[in-house]
Design a protein around this ligand. Structure first.
Ligand code: C5P
Length: 220
């Protein structure tokens, strides 16, 4: 397979991270989780005591943001300032503030530039990049562009299975409210022109991974 960029977008709980990572592993591709960078910056702001509602203070953290990510699906890590924070970025306190950090224009511009650089330096045979605005902003010229969707009920069921807990009212509300906040910044619910929609509502994990691989292999 020739050198390829695969862009995958989707809402919270669509399974895009786990599906993209596993598809990348099977294809021998690199894997770039862009949500991890937004989460790492949110973690960094909390760690430094920055008020995440203060857009100017958040923007000031972008230029010196010392971020490193492992792009191998088997050796995935997230570091800030040399510190490994891979599990920390999934903490509820980070999830609760990440949308506020991600809506700051300087944050989006800085991280988009970082993602484009990482994608340009990708190893062969290719990379799967996943997030919210990859098919439209970060890599609109990617050879393969996919929007991974699922109904809110299916996404909630998956998220609670991941956490090993029953879905609660507050979890459902949190998921919906994060999507609502994120949707004010970028549309990841409707496929842009030329983007293939993969609806995973009726598919299990294995079937979804296979469907994504099939789309990659069937590229024009
Ligand atoms: O994908 P994940 O849920 O980990 O993303 C965390 C947050 O990062 C999202 O809720 C969104 O605010 C932000 N994000 C973004 N653009 C991307 C990826 C993530 O704004 N491409």
């Amino acid at each position: 397979m020739s050198d390829l960029i695969v862009a995958v977008d989707g809402p919270a709980g669509s399974g895009k991270s786990s599906v993209s990572r596993e598809a990348a592993r099977r294809l021998g591709f690199a894997y770039l989780d862009t949500g991890a960078a937004y989460r790492a910056l949110a973690w960094h702001c909390l760690d430094e005591g920055v008020d995440v509602e203060d857009a100017v203070a958040v923007a000031a953290r972008v230029p010196g943001f010392d971020y490193a990510i492992g792009m191998s699906p088997d050796r995935y890590f997230v570091r800030v300032g040399g510190e490994d924070i891979t599990p920390d970025i999934r903490e509820p306190r980070v999830t609760a503030v990440v949308s506020a950090v991600a809506r700051v224009p300087e944050v989006r511009a800085g991280l988009t530039e970082l993602f484009r650089r990482l994608v340009a330096e990708r190893p062969e045979p290719g990379v799967i990049v996943e997030g919210r605005d990859i098919t439209t902003v970060v890599a609109p010229d990617a050879a393969v562009r996919v929007l991974l969707t699922a109904t809110p009920e299916a996404r909630m069921a998956r998220r609670s299975a991941e956490l090993g807990a029953k879905p609660t009212e507050s979890m459902t509300q949190q998921l919906a409210s994060r999507d609502a906040q994120d949707l004010k910044v970028v549309d990841f619910m409707n496929a842009a022109e030329g983007v293939t929609t993969l609806d995973s509502t009726e598919l299990d994990f294995e079937q979804t991974v296979q469907a994504l691989i099939d789309i990659v292999r069937a590229r024009p």
